[in-house]
Design a protein around this ligand. Structure first.
Ligand SMILES: Nc1ncnc2c1ncn2[C@@H]1O[C@H](COP(=O)(O)OP(=O)(O)O)[C@@H](O)[C@H]1O
Ligand SMILES: [Mg+2]
Length: 255
């Protein structure tokens, strides 16, 4: 049974069809890549999955439940977490506080109990802190917990976004260009991190321009061009697909 099922998804902005009748599935435990030239509609698919946009047509099933009309906070509580193409951190908060903000999505205490500092809320806060430190350790940022987010290197800010997403305890993690702005060494550790997340039972859907990363970590790849799916298959199949070479790899070479 698929964890995520995208069915004939269509989304237009004015006259532009950003996503055109796209279907694909993500199986539990898979690492799936969504690739395609700039403007192909990749981020729009992510925004549809996470409830930022509503589809014009089509459906998104997460664990068999329709999610395409749910608000973002509901998709998070169902177990979908994401990072952003353009980093969205609380730049003036610490690394720890940023991850804690992800954790707060899960906490039961309401606004009143947090104002009143009830025992339940204090217990939850303590437990959250322990978890947050574990996530920072997991992504390799525990020695920078007290730093302000804005003082981290670009690559580490990307890791911090992943830690914040992990703090919501997702079953599906979607990463929008996680290696963007990373150097070679950072990209290698990102590959290792992605593999470790999958070993921990997290299913991963990622958009990435770095083809060697995509080919190394993804077992299934979906290719978009001008909003439409033009290919899907294993890295080997995608590498040899003529339409993909023309549409995507071809334009990459010219740049
Ligand atoms: N909110 C929006 N309003 C208008 N056009 C948008 C909006 N979001 C995306 N688009 C357009 O949809 C197309 C696909 O964009 P996007 O999904 O960001 O592509 P990708 O992530 O593959 O580079 C682009 O032409 C983009 O300009
Ligand atoms: Mg994008």
């Amino acid at each position: 049974m698929s964890l995520l099922s995208i069915k004939r998804l269509t989304k237009s902005f004015g006259g532009l069809t950003a996503v055109n009748n796209v279907s694909f599935d993500v199986e539990p435990g898979q690492i799936v890549g969504l690739i395609g030239p700039n403007g192909a509609g990749k981020t729009t698919v992510f925004n549809l999955i996470t409830g930022i946009y509503r589809p014009d047509q089509g459906e998104i099933l997460f664990d068999q439940q329709a999610v395409s009309r749910l608000p973002t906070h509901r998709t998070i509580s169902l177990g979908i977490a994401r990072t952003f193409q353009t980093i969205r951190l609380f730049q003036n908060l610490s690394v720890l506080e940023n991850v804690l903000s992800g954790r707060h999505c899960l906490m039961k205490s309401g606004v009143f109990s947090s104002l009143l500092h009830t025992p339940r809320q204090r217990r939850e806060e303590r437990a959250a802190l322990v978890k947050v430190l574990q996530y920072l350790e997991f992504v390799g940022l525990s020695d920078q917990a007290e730093q302000l987010a804005k003082n981290l290197s670009y690559g580490n800010q990307r890791l911090l976004e992943i830690a914040r997403a992990l703090a919501t305890e997702p079953r599906l993690l979607i990463l929008d260009e996680p290696a963007g702005g990373m150097n070679e060494q950072e990209t290698s550790s990102l590959v290792a991190l992605i593999t470790r997340m999958r070993e921990n039972g997290i299913t991963i859907l990622l958009i990435e321009h770095d083809m060697s990363l995509v080919m190394r970590v993804c077992e299934n790849i979906v290719v978009l061009e001008y909003g439409s799916k033009i290919a899907e298959g294993s890295p080997e199949e995608i590498k040899q697909n003529r339409r993909v070479i023309e549409a995507y790899l071809g334009t990459e070479d010219e740049e």
